[in-house]
Design a binder for this molecule. Structure first.
Ligand code: S3P
Length: 163
């Protein structure tokens, strides 16, 4: 089964890629290739619901790619019930990268190359509510939890490789 990296925006799902064995696929990159624009532009043009639809289709496709694939998901993949059902079937292979809110908020704020629409469109308080609401969803699906605060991507990858 595919190894799936779950976790809130900014936890570093894509940064661990170079340190992992296997074929790494970044779901957001696949989606951007499909839609032919940045996710931020797509949110602005088509809205979040349209994005979630494509995200779901992409997850379903990628989960069928075979055992050697490592999928880095977008942080919101868990908000869609259908995705949670798909991920629940991927038991034993779901890794949750967990970071505290202050760490992810700081990283996202500084990440000018990857402007997250949900960050841009919400107050800090509302963004924290999104973070809080998602924690239980990741937790329900996770077979391994890696606390990433104060850990380098290389260290995080070492935990994942032990799985
Ligand atoms: C989202 C997370 C983003 C991207 C989109 C929506 C979310 O991915 O899929 O902006 O709802 O949490 P990252 O987790 O890679 O930032």
């Amino acid at each position: 089964m595919a190894k799936v990296l779950l976790g809130f925006m900014g936890v570093g799902k894509s940064s661990v890629a170079p340190y992992l064995d296997g074929r790494f696929v970044d779901m957001d990159q696949v989606i951007e290739e499909k839609i032919g624009m940045s996710i931020a532009d797509f949110f602005a043009k088509e809205g979040e619901a349209a994005f979630r639809q494509i995200e779901s289709e992409t997850l379903e496709e990628l989960l069928q790619e075979g055992d050697d694939v490592i999928i880095s998901t977008g942080g919101g993949v868990v908000v869609t019930e259908h995705n949670r059902q798909l991920l629940a079937k991927n038991r034993k292979h779901n890794v949750w990268l967990h970071a505290s809110f202050d760490v992810v908020y700081d990283r996202i704020q500084k990440d000018s190359k990857n402007q997250r629409p949900l960050f841009l469109n919400h107050s800090k308080e509302d963004f924290k509510a999104i973070y809080d609401g998602r924690m239980a969803l990741y937790q329900d699906l996770a077979d391994l939890v890696v606390i990433v605060d104060n850990r380098t991507p290389e260290e995080v990858a070492r935990f994942i490789k032990c799985m």
